[in-house]
Design a protein. Structure first.
Length: 142
């Protein structure tokens, strides 16, 4: 976990696991805004019910200070890197399928493979009546 220390009018940023690198810069503490990206990875595959893995779908990943889109590759694979630990919402949509929307928690220790994310066929209610050319209803039709 990154550690921050304000020393006089300078700030020192040290990140564990990055060869103990330290960056120092003089800043006005009232204007301090720091964004640190992690080195974590979330990956998986997207499958469409009845079709299997699907290439070319957009996967949206939103989490701590991040919202990004990626496109599934051959075999339905996707991967997003540069992630810090935290909860991430994964969204996938495809015409004719129920949208996928789930939250996963990345612990920051090892890459997270979500496995297969499956989108089920969208069900649409149909209502109406059936009539023959002569206007009569066929047997069994309402």
């Amino acid at each position: 976990m990154p550690r921050f220390a304000l020393i006089a009018a300078s700030i020192a940023v040290a990140t564990a696991g990055c060869n103990d690198s330290v960056v120092q810069q003089v800043v006005n503490p009232d204007e301090l805004n720091i964004t640190i990206n992690g080195d974590g990875v979330i990956s998986g595959t997207v499958e469409l019910d009845g079709l299997g893995p699907c290439e070319g779908l957009t996967v949206r990943l939103a989490g701590p200070a991040l919202a990004t889109d990626t496109t599934t590759a051959a075999g339905g694979a996707f991967e997003v890197g540069g992630l810090a630990p935290g909860a991430y919402q994964i969204q996938v949509a495809a015409d004719g399928y129920e949208p996928f929307n789930e939250t996963v928690v990345y612990d920051g220790k090892a890459p997270l493979d979500t496995g297969a994310l499956s989108l089920g066929v969208e069900t649409v209610p149909v209502a109406g009546s059936v009539a023959l050319d002569d206007g009569a209803s066929p047997a069994g039709a309402a």
